[in-house]
Design a protein around this ligand. Structure first.
Ligand SMILES: O=P(O)(O)OC[C@H]1O[C@@H](O)[C@H](O)[C@@H](O)[C@@H]1O
Length: 275
């Protein structure tokens, strides 16, 4: 059964699957803010200082980034869909769909008609989030996008990501320089902000006792981000020490922007499976 849950400062929809997996989604940003697989506890990071008022982005969970990743263009950082309410399109046991389309605000920033859909499905040990974009206008457009997942970790010092070896990446911390990942397992040691290109194989993230399998479809790239202690201090809505309990592993389409002709649609998914 799904319920509206008011225990947070803003309303969320709680999904519960027949086998007892749970997720909470906020209509603000169509943002998943909690995921508890059938076994074990919370697997997403959500800041205790997160806010969801007009124009604000909830710090944590899975923000939706569209039609621009970060500052890869002239739009506001990470685009304009993460800080507005989406409409509920459909929901049932363990699944929900939200939608958003252009309006005067988006057209003033980006002159294109679009229909965005965010779907969330939870069951067993798995959370699946899908983003679908349709060009509903009469001119082609290009976009970049991401599902900006804040994974919860017990201790960032123990987190390891496997599956990136051999991939080309851009390192934003080292002046946007290009590198090739040499390590079989990536540990997080200070600020990390990287875009791994053509990262289509499954990844695993281990954190001491917990493990997570991460699969992307439709999204060609993977972003790995942790602000580290100094950058974290600049983020007013991150908990004290929050950077030690989060690791963003984002499904992204950045290196090759997606181009849609009128009437065409694109979709991408991120699937997280608890181990
Ligand atoms: O603070 P924001 O706007 O949510 O962005 C968080 C981070 O998001 C990541 O995706 C970017 O790679 C980082 O550069 C950025 O700092």
């Amino acid at each position: 059964m799904n319920t509206i849950d008011a225990h947070r400062a803003w309303p969320t929809l709680e999904l519960v699957s027949a086998d007892g997996a749970r997720a909470e989604i906020s209509a603000h940003g169509a943002q998943v803010v909690s995921w508890r697989p059938r076994r074990g506890g919370e697997r997403l990071y959500l800041s205790g200082k997160a806010q969801a008022g007009p124009g604000q982005t909830i710090r944590g969970g899975v923000p939706v980034v569209f039609p621009q990743f970060a500052f890869e263009g002239e739009l506001p950082k990470h685009g304009f869909v993460r800080n507005v309410p989406w409409s509920l399109l459909a929901h049932g046991d363990g699944h929900v769909r939200y939608g958003l389309h252009e309006d005067a605000r988006t057209l003033a920033l980006w002159p294109h008609a679009f229909a965005a859909e965010l779907s969330v499905e939870v069951h067993g040990d798995t959370l699946r989030i899908g983003l679908k974009i349709r060009n509903t206008g009469d001119r082609a457009f290009r976009f970049t996008a991401a599902l900006h997942s804040y994974l919860r970790v017990e201790d960032i010092g123990r987190a390891r990501i496997a599956g990136l070896q051999g991939l080309r990446y851009r390192d934003k911390v080292r002046g946007d320089s290009d590198h090739v990942e040499s390590r079989a397992e990536l540990g997080i040691d200070g600020e990390v902000d990287r875009i791994y290109f053509d990262a289509t194989s499954p990844l695993t993230m281990r954190d001491g006792m917990h493990g997570l399998d991460i699969r992307h479809e439709g999204f060609a790239d993977t972003v790995v981000w942790n602000p580290g202690v100094d950058k974290a201090a600049e983020l007013h809505d991150l908990d004290d020490g929050g950077w030690q309990r989060m690791l963003c592993i984002e499904a992204a389409a950045i290196g090759e922007p997606v181009e849609l002709q009128p009437g065409q649609a694109w979709s991408g998914t991120q699937t997280l499976e608890a181990r």
